[in-house]
Structure formats: C-alpha cells, structure tokens
Design a protein around this ligand. Structure first.
Ligand code: HEM
Length: 476
C-alpha cells in the first residue's frame, strides 16, 4: 500500500503538507491477510473505524483485544489502574530474545528494582549536563556532511543512526561499544530487520520450542551483541578495579554498582547485561527515527527550515544547556514529527483482571492496545490530523493538548526513561543541521512508513543536502 504526499487545504500562509501514510482500510482484513500484513507492516492493518471510535474491542487473531484511544481510558490503563495491566506476552516473546529481562521488558519487582537503580542517570540535571557531549556528536555529523559535495544526496536515516549511536558513546556508555560504530550499526540493522517482521508463530502463540524463522536469522546479530557486551563489561570492570576514582559515572558504572548477590535490592548479572543491550537498542534507534522523520518533514517545508535556522542562529554561542531549554520552535517541529510518525507506533498490555474503560467492559486476559499511530491521527482528537503543522506545539497551543491524546513516550510508571534525553538530543542535532544546511526531497523516492519494531521509512530516507549561504560557522 502506498500513499503519496499531497498538499492539503490552504490556510492564511499557503498550503499545508500532508505527508504520506497508509490510508485506513474501509473494512477489517480477513485472518490470512491480517497475518501477512501484521508481518509486513502493522500500520497497514487499521481501519477507518479505529480512527473514528474511542474504544474498539472484540475477537481478533491475537485473541480478545481492545484498541483504546479515549484519553480518560488511556489514563486509567497507564496510570490510575496501571497495576492491572502488565507488559503482554506477545511483546515479551518478540523483544526478550534480544533484550533479555532489561528495563523495557521486565515486570513487577524485577522492573521496580531496575528502574530505581537506573533513574538517577536520567534526572533533569544529569540530562542537561549531557548537552555538550550531544553537541560534540552533532558537530562531528556536520563535519562529515561538510566534507561531502554540496547538493549531494544523503541517506539521513543512516546518518541519524550514526549520530545517535555516537551520542550514546559520549554520554551513557562512555567506554565505547566494544566494536566500531559501523559494525554495530550493521548488526543493529540486521537485528531490527529480522525480529521486526513479526513471526506468525509468535503472533499465534505457538509453543516456544517450535523454532522461529526470524529468531534463526537474528541469531548472528545476537551473538555479536553478546560478544560486544562481554568486551564492554570486561573493560569497565578492569577500570573499576584499577582506578575506581577515574571511572565515569555513566550507565555502566551505575549498573555494575547496582549489581548485588541480593536480588531483592540489586541487579542480577543477567540484568546488567540485558540493560546494556536494551539501552543501546532503545536509546539510539527511536531517536534516530524521530530525527529522520523530522528532517523529511522539514525537507517539505522551506518555511519551517527558515524558522529553525533563524532560531538556531539566534542561539549560536549560547551554552548547550541554554539552547536545550530555549529551542521552542525546534522542539515544536520534533513534537509534530513524532505525532505524525511516532517511533513507537503501538503500546500493548495484558489485563490481569477485569476493568471498565471509557464505559467498555474489559475482561481478564484482554490484549489492550494503545496505538500512538491511531491516537495521534484520531479524527475526534485532532484538527486536520494528517497535516504537518508544528504550530500545534507552540506555547499557547501546546497546553491545550490532552496529556493522554499525545503519547510518543507513553505515560505512567513505564513512561520512557529517556524522553528528555531524546528530545534534548534531537533539538541539539537539528539546530546544528539547520544552521549549516538546507534540505529538499528526492523526487523519485517514495516514502512509506513501516513498523518494524520502530516506525522507520522503508528503504531509507535520501534527502538532498545543500549548504546554507551565510551559515554561521561558530560551534556552540
Ligand atoms: C524519540 C525517542 C524515543 C521514543 C519515541 C521512545 C518511546 C518510548 C515509549 C513509548 C516507551 C514506553 C513503552 C511502553 O509503555 O510499553 C519507552 C520506554 C523506554 N525507553 Fe524510550 N523512547 C525514545 C528514546 C529513548 C532513549 C533515548 C532511551 C535511553 C537512553 C530510551 C529508553 C527506554 C527504556 C529503557 C524504556 C523502558 C522504561 C520502563 O519500562 O521502565 N528511550 N520509550
């Protein structure tokens, strides 16, 4: 299914861009087509009714399921009655073989112990202190682009994956990744491509002993990650033993210090390992996609490129901490990009017991889905939902958006631990790009969003990158 970008209704300033998205279906797919589409691209399975109703429930090939888009219902699931909704078995079947029982996949007490141990790393003060390291990673990206021929075509998806991985190495995993960034990126791509295509055996809950074809294909990348984690851990343990005073207070040190033989208060060795892989995966791929979609939307909007370049120039020379807090328009563009293209396009939970959601009875065992892809384009929650319009997120308008109608980072106890890290990083990288370059789309490249774990553009995102005339060359 393909959708071409079109320019939508005009407003006082001209035409608004309606970026490509699979059109909702008129009627639900039959079971075989559903299985095939879930495997190929889950965002193509939704019907018009999903974008019009606030709760839809019934029997599906995944068993009894409810798709909830009512903000009050979402608040109940993720916050008020969060104890009744646990991470569901399907999500665990897909993610746990790679991520182990790290923070993203753990449940109950194992989750609580890990969250408590890792939370200090993402305190507002700590995240702000990462600003200059993020800026260095962004400057390295700009230098790479300045070495390219002016007006060249760059696959910004690859470039954003590189810069976000580089940022991790300069902030929370400062001892490096145990392998080169290129090796890591190749293994991560292979991993997401294999497990990203949902395995029919997982979808249908076939017994665990039946071999999954996707798992066989992802085995090589899993071996690569395990070996890299070995190297990362061995290096840090050696440093902590030889010169503890020189060990950086990053994720690795925090995890190793939280490791304890008493698992009721500390992390097990398996959890330390699982979290290294979790943070490499969750910490770079999502932000890379957020940035990729933002650059794509900007490439179609010379007006917003101009506004962001002006904002970036006005803050040149300010500390990265000040920049991180003052980039109002840049932040609005990122927020609008992840409304239209939420990197985590669906969240799911299993109802542990019965409940009432927005007047609907939820039975024990129901698979409850909150789907940012639907929620953020819901006809009853947004004006012109499919149109790119960052003004929704500017001060004055931003406050009118219901907290539970906009969920790129989830909400409640399991809200993304890296949300402010990601938004700050995205704003800093964008500022550096907008200050130096202008972007335009490659006419012959069709852009299609595909949900393979995260929402990514099929076949990458080539854009034409030109130097801005009169760009300010000062860093900072
Ligand atoms: C734009 C970028 C990002 C997006 C859109 C995003 C989205 C999300 C969402 C929606 C969840 C909640 C999942 C659920 O409730 O089932 C989540 C959880 C999580 N995210 Fe992010 N994320 C991003 C960046 C990051 C970064 C930069 C890190 C780490 C440095 C990170 C680490 C995690 C972890 C560890 C969890 C699990 C938290 C828990 O269950 O306690 N994410 N993310």
């Amino acid at each position: 299914m393909e959708a071409t970008p079109i320019l939508s209704r005009s407003d006082s300033r001209g035409l608004l861009f309606r970026p490509p998205a699979p059109a909702p279906l008129a009627a639900p797919l039959g079971p075989f087509a559903m299985l095939a589409t879930l495997r190929r691209n889950p965002v193509e399975t939704w019907t018009e009714a999903h974008f019009e109703h606030l709760v839809l429930s019934g029997r599906t090939i995944l068993g009894r399921a409810a798709v909830v888009s009512a903000p009050d219902g979402i608040r109940r699931i993720l916050v008020e009655n969060a104890g009744n909704y646990s991470k569901d078995a399907l999500q665990r079947r897909i993610l746990a073989p790679g991520l182990g029982d790290g923070l993203l996949t753990a449940r109950d007490v194992r989750w609580r112990v890990q969250r408590r141990a890792i939370a200090p790393l993402f305190s507002p003060k700590n995240v702000l202190s990462f600003g200059s390291a993020m800026a260095e990673a962004a400057d390295a990206l700009v230098s790479r682009w300045l070495r390219r021929r002016d007006g060249t075509i760059i696959d910004v998806q690859k470039a954003m994956a590189r810069v976000t991985l580089d940022t991790l190495q300069r902030t929370i995993l400062t001892g490096g990744l145990g392998r080169t960034p290129d090796e890591f990126l190749a293994a991560l791509t292979q991993y997401f491509e294999s497990i990203g295509q949902l395995d029919p055996f997982d979808l249908l809950d076939f017994p665990a002993w039946l071999p999954r074809i996707t798992r066989i294909r992802s085995r090589r990348s899993l071996t690569f990650f395990n070996d890299a984690v070995e190297t990362i851990l061995a290096r840090r343990k050696a440093l902590l033993t030889a010169e503890p005073q020189n060990a950086p207070q990053d994720l690795l040190t925090l995890l190793l210090q939280a490791q304890s033989s008493d698992s009721s208060t500390g992390l097990t060795e398996a959890e330390v390992r699982a979290n290294i892989v979790t943070f490499i995966g969750a910490g770079h791929e999502t932000t890379a996609n957020a940035l990729t979609w933002t650059l794509f939307l900007l490439a179609h909007s010379p007006e917003w490129q101009e506004r962001l370049a002006k904002e970036a120039d006005s803050l040149a020379g300010a500390s990265s901490e000040v920049q991180a807090q003052s980039l109002v328009e840049t932040r609005a563009v990122v927020e609008e990009a992840i409304r239209l293209y939420p990197p985590v396009a669906s969240l799911s939970r299993a109802a542990v017991g019965p409940d009432d959601i927005h007047g609907h009875r939820i039975r024990k065992g129901t698979l409850v889905m909150i789907v940012p892809w639907i929620l953020h384009r819901h006809r009853r929650l947004w004006t012109d939902p499919d149109v790119f319009d960052p003004r929704r997120f500017l001060p004055g308008a931003r406050e009118t958006i219901d907290r539970f109608a906009y969920l790129p980072f989830g909400a409640g106890p399991r809200v993304c631990i890296g949300a402010s890290f990601a938004l700050q990083e995205a704003a800093i990288v964008l500022t550096r790009i907008m200050r130096q370059f202008s972007l335009s789309p490659v006419a012959e490249h069709d852009v299609t969003p595909v949900q393979h774990i995260t929402l990514r553009p099929k076949g990458g995102m080539p854009l034409i990158v030109k130097r801005r005339r009169g760009a300010i060359h000062a860093n900072g």
